[in-house]
Design a protein around this ligand. Structure first.
Ligand code: ADP
Ligand code: MG
Length: 364
């Protein structure tokens, strides 16, 4: 297919970008879209969600309501998603009406921990040793094969460390099988990583591809706590991360954003963990310490605007505000280096992401 010049596909101001999902990522996308002069239409099953507050149009309906999805698609110029677990059928129904980025196939692949690892393997990217099981007997065999310690995860629907069970010896398998709801699981060897890192890849409608600077991440109880740029990893590791992420994005013929999480081993080698077809928590620092935020870049991709080549403007530490962390809000508001982003969630629960702070350092 001949590639069109940008100018032929740029959406004019006041065009509408549709977003499936109404969480904080949709909220920050909508704010970026508004800055570029676009309207946003949110499709969400949840009334009063974080994104609805800042969007021009909102449809409240379940993702399974195909007629509502089609009507939503007809009302917009282009669509993307902020909630990665939208049903494949909803993405397909939307794509049949208007362009939908990333493709429903990429979205479906990223929804399944086994499929995304197979995809990494096909692209020549190493993953932890793993097995899939959909019965208790299968689980026992898989744990014996993979060895302990291992992590058992539901193949679908897990997030923020939910849907996971750490197993130190095989006697815990019965508990794990029960706790995870007796459904298809993936058994992953425990990776003795020295660091975790993520790479965000952006690829435009014309195939232009850029990565955001690599981020180093620290998790607590499976949930992201702090991210750092620059990542401080060796040049070799850094290059390997970028190559792996770009190889996978290219192979998927990505249009949109695709975030990759990796483990870094003591010898500097890398190991793929998971991917997400949307903006990623670890890349929120781009809102205050980069020439383009991940949200603006995605809106640019959707609207057919030229992508910006991301460059780091300053060192940055991103801290998530989770549950009770909101009690420190006043402290952050007093810090002149802190850029505070609050998601407008009415209810503050333990483990719930309520906002984040970007602490921006001296200019590089
Ligand atoms: N195989 C593994 N070995 C070691 N640690 C792991 C493994 N899988 C997950 N973890 C830890 O748990 C965190 C969350 O797991 P992840 O698979 O990324 O699920 P989620 O979708 O909840 O982010 C990871 O960032 C990492 O700190
Ligand atoms: Mg993760």
């Amino acid at each position: 297919m001949p590639l069109m010049p940008h100018e032929d596909r740029m959406l004019p101001p006041c065009a509408t970008i549709g977003i499936m999902g109404g969480g904080q990522l949709g909220r920050m996308m909508a704010m970026a879209a508004a800055s570029l002069g676009y309207h946003v239409h949110i499709f969400t099953p949840e009334k009063d969600c974080p994104a609805a507050e800042v969007a021009r149009y909102v449809t409240v309906a379940p993702y399974e309501d195909v007629e509502a999805v089609e009507a939503f698609a007809r009302s917009v110029d282009v669509m993307t998603l902020e909630f990665e677990n939208i049903p494949y059928k909803a993405a397909q129904a939307a794509q049949a009406v208007k362009p939908f980025y990333p493709s429903p196939e990429i979205v479906a692949c990223a929804q399944h921990r086994g499929w995304e690892k197979q995809f990494a393997t096909d692209a020549g990217v190493p993953t932890p040793n793993y097995q899939i099981a959909d019965s208790y007997e299968g689980l026992l065999r898989a744990v014996e094969h993979v060895g302990t310690p291992c992590i058992i995860k539901t193949t679908t629907m897990g997030y923020d460390g939910k849907g996971q069970y750490r197993v130190l010896d095989a006697s815990q398998c019965a508990d794990a099988w029960q706790a995870l709801g007796m459904r298809e699981v993936i058994i992953e060897a425990f990776v003795p990583f020295v660091a975790e890192a993520s790479v965000m890849v952006a690829r435009g409608q014309d195939g232009t591809m850029h990565t955001f600077p690599v981020t180093r991440n620290e998790h607590e109880g499976g949930i992201l706590r702090t991210s750092y740029v620059p990542c401080g990893l060796s040049v070799t590791t850094h290059t390997a991360l970028e190559h792996a992420a770009c190889a996978m994005a290219q192979r998927a013929e990505l249009v949109g954003l695709l975030a990759f999480e990796f483990f870094i081993l003591a010898d500097g080698s890398i190991c793929f963990n998971e991917m997400a077809p949307r903006p990623h928590n670890s890349t929120h620092w781009t809102m205050d310490a980069c020439n383009v935020s991940q949200f603006e870049q995605l809106m640019r991709i959707c609207a057919g605007l030229p992508l910006k080549k991301p460059t780091l403007r300053a060192t940055c530490r991103m801290v998530n505000l989770i549950g009770d962390d909101m009690e420190q809000l006043t402290k952050w508001h007093h810090d002149p280096h802190a850029h505070v982003h609050v998601y407008g969630k009415a209810e503050c629960r333990e483990g719930r992401k309520m906002g984040h702070v970007n602490i921006v350092g001296d200019n590089l």
